[in-house]
Every structure is written in C-alpha cells, then in structure tokens.
Design a binder for this molecule. Structure first.
Ligand SMILES: [Zn+2]
Length: 325
C-alpha cells in the first residue's frame, strides 16, 4: 500500500489501541477486548516489519479497499477462513438484494412509451446502472457502466442512483443535471474511477434529448434501420468541470431506442472474436419490428449462442425504449 495510506492506517490503529486500553481497564473481565487489543498490536507490528497487507497464506497483497475498511484483516479474499467466507457471502447476498430493489419496475410505461430492460450482474452485484424516472412531460432514462467490477463498482452504482434520483427532482435542463452529477461523482471517487453513461429525457410527443458521457453508441431503430447515436462527451467523474453536449432525436410512433453496456460488446465467441458494436447494430435491425419484451428475449438468445463461455464475465445490461403506436 502507498506510504500515505500506511501512515493513515497506523494513526487509525493507534487511536483504536488507546480506546481499547481504556475499555479494557473498565471491563477487565471482557476477553473480547483483550483479543482485539492483541490483534491491533499485531497489525501495528506488521506495519513496523513491512509485512502489513500481505496475505499470510499466499503472501500476495490483500485487497487495498478491504484493508482500509478493516486494517486487521490478514488474508486475501481467496484465503479467508470458512466462517469469514460465509459472512462475506451473506453480506454480498444482502447487497445484491438492496441493488435489485434500486432497479425500476420491470413493466415500466408512461404516456405513449414503454421501457423494458435486462439487468444481469457478472457475480452477485453489478457495476451497471439502469434507471427510469418520471419527469415533467415525459421521463428520464439512464444507463451506465462504472469502471471496474464487483463490490466497489456496485457501491459507485448506488451512489449514481442516489445522485440522479435527487437531481431529477430539481427538474434541471439535461446539460445542467449532467454537470452537477459529474462534479458530485468526481468529488466522491478516487482517480481512475469513472462511469460511462447515457442520460436522456423522452417526451410524450416523441422528442428525445440525450447526453452520452463516453458511452457506447445507442441505436435509434426506425423503419427497419438501426442508426447509431455516438458519444458526445467524456465519461462521468473524469474531470470535475466538463460540459456535456445535448443531442436531439425525434421518435415516430413505433420507433425504439436500444441501449446496452460493454458486457455485450466485449463478449467473446469460441473463435476469439469480440461481439462488437456492428453485431449489436445487426441485432437491433433484425429485431426492429418486435415488441420490446420479445426483442430483449430474442437478443439475449442470440447473445448466449454467440458467447464462448457459459459463465458471464462482465456485468450486462440492455434497455429498450419503445414509443408506442
Ligand atoms: Zn491469499
């Protein structure tokens, strides 16, 4: 770990040691306090000896974010005791349940529009963000992908969810909303953490405004064609001050929009070919006349038959917005 982080952990451990010493004097019979005290002492000795943060089983480095949360950990995730593994699995199952509850209704519709989505984490929790929020004269649709995977990415996903839910209530113009969200996100993440996103506002008359912060092209599906709408800005959280140009689309009755994350484009087949954006476009065109729910099902079937590995390696999200006839 970096020297500044070690210095921080050392001072945190020293504070804890003082607290434990004080507590052990007033509760001299409590063995759990004396056990904790010796664990803290041992961690301080490891810091002194330069072995802090090294797994005692495999001698590899322990995950930095776990050490920051709990400086007493002595094993990497791969070498937890059976009890620790069970506790971690329980936490993850709970986290997954909380994350599921943040998703929009599966049968979502507002005046003249229907939305369907497929949200599939690679493991228990996902770094993909997917939301639909009713708004003046229409609704907001949001789909994003936080850098990284697993628990850290899922925490940033729930952070994005809270940020956009709060900003949506202020009825800001799209560009302003993105600028605020970007600043909040940049200020609360570390370097190297960012999110690519599409955020749009769809109106009941079929007009759509959207911003794509470094995200993969979305597809406007109309009369058997699937037209790519490219990214318009840098990912969220990369710079504190960035502007996000707004693009406009007009959807005729029957038109659709297809949005997705890189869990789709970065899938590989047995020959080692990547799925890629061109295949997504072909997929969108092929199923252009299908109802949103059936379209998602047909897309997923084709994706599964393409994929070489039975186990999904990245978070996958697909969203179809349909302006009804
Ligand atoms: Zn290990």
């Amino acid at each position: 770990m970096a020297t500044t982080e070690n210095a921080y952990i050392r001072s945190e451990l020293e504070v804890r040691r003082e607290r434990l010493r004080a507590a052990s004097q007033s509760h001299a019979t409590d063995t759990s306090i004396s056990q904790l005290l010796s664990s803290v002492d041992a961690a301080l000795s490891r810091l002194q000896a330069g072995t802090f943060g090294i797994c005692e089983e495999c001698h590899d480095t322990i995950e930095a974010e776990r050490l920051l949360c709990d400086p007493l950990v002595r094993f990497c995730l791969d070498h937890l005791s059976a009890d620790e593994q069970r506790a971690l699995e329980k936490d993850l199952v709970l986290a997954a349940r909380i994350q599921r509850a943040l998703l929009p209704r599966p049968d979502w519709s507002v005046d003249g529009w229907r939305a369907r989505y497929h949200y599939e984490p690679a493991s228990l929790v996902s770094g993909d963000y997917c939301d639909l929020i009713e708004s003046e004269g229409g609704f907001l649709f949001l789909l994003g992908d936080v850098s990284g995977k697993g628990v850290a990415a899922s925490m940033l996903m729930s952070h994005l969810h809270a940020t956009f839910r709060t900003l949506a209530e202020q009825h800001l113009p799209l560009q302003k909303m993105m600028e605020h969200a970007n600043r909040l996100f940049a200020e609360s993440t570390t370097a190297g953490q960012f999110a690519t996103m599409v955020v749009g506002h769809a109106r009941t008359d079929g007009k759509v405004e959207y911003v794509s912060a470094g995200h993969l092209p979305l597809f406007h599906i109309s009369s058997g064609c699937a037209r790519p709408c490219e990214s318009t800005g840098v990912p969220l959280g990369m710079f504190c001050t960035t502007s996000f140009p707004v693009c406009e689309l007009a959807l005729a009755p029957g038109d659709k929009l297809l949005l997705y994350t890189d869990g789709l484009t970065e899938m590989f087949n047995a020959a080692g070919d990547e799925y890629g954006v061109a295949r997504v476009q072909a997929l969108a065109r092929k199923h252009s006349a299908t109802e949103p729910h059936a379209m998602l099902a047909a897309c997923l079937e084709e994706i599964r038959s393409f994929s070489a590995s039975a186990k999904q390696t990245d978070d996958l999200t697909l969203m179809v917005l349909h302006r009804a006839n």
